[in-house]
Design a binder for this molecule. Structure first.
Ligand SMILES: Cc1cc2nc3c(=O)[nH]c(=O)nc-3n(C[C@H](O)[C@H](O)[C@H](O)COP(=O)(O)O)c2cc1C
Length: 397
């Protein structure tokens, strides 16, 4: 994929970048979402275009070394799923080092270390966000990994444990010295969970703390203007998107276009309007991609398991369909692809009452876009349009 520079009044910069020796063609990243960022979803995102690097769900280093089927399935990939980072968690330096070597031998392009997971089970053993509190120990663990592989090692963290302990800038400095190639930072503390607003100034302080490595901002980016605001106000080198990509798999592509670049191998979207915001995909395109996603789930996980897993995926697509309860009601019960297509056919007929003669949703039924916490001044309004936190294998991320 080549990115071509076009004239743009936007000040945010986006485009090709490097993570250590790894050249990326876009500085937009898919964040790990345990239970969601599996191979089918990553392939869907890549087919639409605009993403520079995708990361797997977090993988337990020890389970990987023990070749547990679940861990091996989490790192399952194929050539189209490239470049790929695998995210490791663990607190035993030797296990993290050996797992990094295992991943390097498997050919992954980057190894990310989870330092942001707030789940008690993971923190109790010194992994996830507990690493943010133990700078010396964390630095030594990371150094051991970096020295053992040529593959770039990156770290993903939150701003700190709580507002009194905003350790991310200090940790970032320690990690840079230990040799990490990039830092991803979710602009909230562990204590915040997903509440409150993403703290752009907090991300900026991490950007300012490091000398040369890129810092990638993360948190609540649900629209291209939100990505631009994060880039502008934090001066981060790139933006990583999690739930916003699940809600809108076109977000990478549209953000590149919005910021004045386009991905030349992706099929053309209609011309961008004067405000520069590329149009949202039409219903037919959303349905096409949703069906493709299901096909990939079935291909990778088998029909019954793939369909069952898709029960929690389909309602994310339908959020932008307009009135959708009639679809969700059936989609959350599917066990076969045929049942899914029956549900979709039924819904498509039912939806006509909300569309004009061309099949476009009537204005009054159009869903409002989700608001990023840092895009609105009035907290109550932001809370109303806040992006939901999908249920995953863990309850509080
Ligand atoms: C269901 C769920 C699962 C997540 N899994 C992971 C994970 O495996 N590793 C990780 O570092 N962060 C994980 N996160 C955090 C996201 O990567 C991201 O930092 C966070 O959702 C904020 O970004 P967003 O607003 O773009 O989603 C998860 C978040 C959610 C909601």
């Amino acid at each position: 994929m080549l990115l071509s520079l076009s004239q743009s009044a936007n000040s945010a910069t986006i485009g090709a970048m490097r993570i250590g020796p790894l050249a990326l063609q876009s500085s937009l990243f898919l964040s790990p979402l345990a239970g969601y960022t599996n191979l089918p979803f990553r392939l869907v995102i890549r087919e639409i275009g605009g993403v520079g690097l995708c990361t797997t769900d977090l993988v337990n280093a020890r389970s990987l070394l023990e070749k547990k089927p679940k861990a091996l399935q989490l790192i399952e990939t194929r050539p189209a799923d490239s470049p790929l980072a695998v995210q490791l968690f663990g607190a035993v330096p030797e296990e993290m080092r050996d797992a990094a070597q295992f991943l390097e031998a498997a050919g992954v392009h980057a190894i990310d270390i989870n330092m942001g997971c707030p789940v008690r089970k993971i923190c109790r053993v010194g992994g996830g966000s507990a690493m943010m509190a133990e700078l010396r120990k964390t630095g030594a663990l990371v150094r051991g990994m970096v020295d053992a592989v040529k593959t770039p090692v990156t770290a993903k963290m939150r701003l700190g444990w709580d507002d009194q302990n905003l350790t991310a800038p200090e940790l970032a400095r320690v990690l840079e010295t230990a040799g990490v190639s990039a830092i991803f930072v979710h602009g909230r503390t562990r204590e915040q969970g997903f509440g409150g607003a993403v703290n752009l100034q907090g991300i900026r302080r991490v950007v300012q703390a490091v000398r040369t490595i890129p810092v990638i901002g993360n948190g609540d980016v649900t629209t291209p203007p939100a990505a631009k605001k994060m880039l502008d106000e934090t001066e981060c080198a790139g933006v990583s998107i999690g739930r916003g990509a699940f809600y809108d798999p076109w977000i990478f592509r549209r953000t590149l276009e919005y910021l004045g670049r386009d991905s030349s191998d992706a099929p053309a979207l209609p011309d961008a309007p004067a405000d520069g915001l590329p149009p949202e995909p039409a219903f037919a395109e959303r349905v096409r991609v949703m069906c493709r996603h299901l096909d990939l789930m079935v291909e990778v996980f088998g029909e019954e398991r793939g369909c069952r897993m898709f029960r929690k995926v389909a309602p994310w697509y339908s959020r932008r369909f307009g009135p959708c309860h009639e679809f969700n009601r059936r989609a959350v019960c599917i066990s076969t692809r045929a049942q899914f297509h029956q549900a979709l056919e039924h819904y498509t007929r039912w939806r006509r009452q909300f569309t004009d003669e061309r099949g476009d949703l009537l204005q009054r039924f159009q869903p409002a876009p989700l608001a990023s916490s840092f895009m609105r001044n009035e907290p109550a309004a932001a809370a109303r349009g806040a992006i939901p936190v999908p249920r995953g294998p863990v309850e509080t991320w």
